[in-house]
Design a binder for this molecule. Structure first.
Ligand code: ATP
Ligand code: MG
Ligand code: FE
Length: 344
């Protein structure tokens, strides 16, 4: 089926068109730079930017794909989770298109779409699979038995998201926002064993009670304390070593728990998605540990890991092919949409 997907849950306005598992048009505008000076996404600015970018992105996706709106078989849109005002812009656009064109509408879960996007890169998803979603707003371990109807949460962060930890530590080291890519680059020149930072929720009672959960705020505090102590003593900060050691603590826990989840749930495949999946050390360590455990790693290319319309269109197409029930035209946004709800 020919499906148009709209994404507007955070700071990216993404519109894409897929034909089955083939991506034929993909337009993304980001308001990232407008938020940079605030050090985080400002919801009101994001909503306004979505309003301005939505129609141009729809036009661009159609141009790239060489299709007219009338050719579409369905419209898919992120209806949650995300920023309420931002979601509203995408959902309003999708409803208008669906109504005007008389096409079925699918309100879908943003997090599940981060998993479903991989069909565009590696083809049909093997089931069951475990998915590790790591971004600025999320850190989730999911068990996917059927991408269209059976997704359960195994665990998540109990405080900061992985990307949020990267951004906060980057700020501490006076690096620009968003800090993930800067730490990634600096870490490559540092020694990951220079400083032993804590691995949250990995031992004793914590591990028993939070087997598949994550915690990064203790790590962030440990890095802050380490840096402040040196600064107060007038010592120079070995930035590359701090970056490498911090990063090692993050990716060590992420990959360890992801492999464990695969083993304990009979999954032979691990998908890693979300903006932090662009991280080089995470990709390497996931590959290394999964290979050792006989697990296949699937990581979409970086452009498909960050928020985009392709992920929404891809999941929409899978729902159409599975014969899923379309959403009502009075589809509402749900800023805290539960992971178990693949679509509404
Ligand atoms: P959501 O959680 O709703 O998907 P988001 O916009 O925060 O929202 P993404 O755009 O997928 O999510 O990811 C952005 C995050 O990824 C930022 O925190 C950024 O620092 C981090 N990031 C991007 N590239 C890298 C990298 N190479 N290494 C580590 N972190 C990275
Ligand atoms: Mg983003
Ligand atoms: Fe996302």
């Amino acid at each position: 089926p020919l499906v148009l997907g709209i994404e507007s849950s955070c700071d990216e306005t993404g519109v894409a068109i897929v034909r089955g598992q083939e991506l034929i048009g993909n337009a993304v505008a980001s308001s990232l730079e407008e938020h940079a000076r605030f050090g985080g996404v400002i919801p009101e600015i994001a909503s306004r930017a979505h309003l301005e970018a939505m129609v141009p992105m729809i036009d661009e996706a159609c141009d790239q794909a060489g299709v007219a709106l009338a050719d579409l078989d369905a419209i898919a849109v992120t209806s949650g989770p995300g920023l309420a005002g931002a979601l509203l812009v995408g959902v309003a656009a999708a409803k208008s298109l669906a109504f005007a064109l008389d096409k079925p509408l699918y309100g879908i879960n943003h997090l599940v779409a981060h998993v479903g996007v991989d069909v565009l890169e590696h083809g049909t998803l093997p089931m069951p699979m475990v998915a590790l979603l790591v971004s600025g707003g999320h850190t989730n371990l999911l068990l996917v038995r059927d991408i269209c109807s059976d997704v359960v949460s195994l665990g998540q962060t109990i405080d900061d998201a992985a990307g949020e930890a990267y951004d906060k530590v980057a700020r501490l080291l006076d690096l620009p926002y968003p800090g993930g890519p800067h730490i990634d680059r600096l870490a490559a020149e540092g020694d990951p064993r220079a400083i032993r930072f804590p691995r949250g929720l990995t031992s004793g009672r914590d591990m028993q009670r939070h087997r598949y959960d994550f915690s990064f705020s203790g790590l962030k505090t440990a890095v802050a304390r380490w840096v402040e102590t040196r600064r107060a003593a007038g010592e120079e900060i070995p930035v590359a070593d701090v970056a490498a050691s911090f990063q090692e603590a993050v990716v060590d826990v992420l990959t360890r728990k992801a492999v464990l989840a695969c083993q304990e749930h009979g999954a032979t495949d691990l998908l890693v998605g979300g903006g932090v999946a662009a991280n080089k050390r995470l990709r390497t360590l996931a590959e290394e540990r999964c290979t050792a455990a006989g697990i296949t790693v699937r990581v979409p290319r970086p452009g498909l890991c960050t928020d985009n319309g392709a992920m929404v269109a891809a999941l929409g197409a899978q729902l159409v092919m599975a014969g899923a029930e379309p959403s009502p035209l009075d589809l509402a946004t749900d800023s805290s949409m539960p992971i178990e709800l693949v679509h509404v």
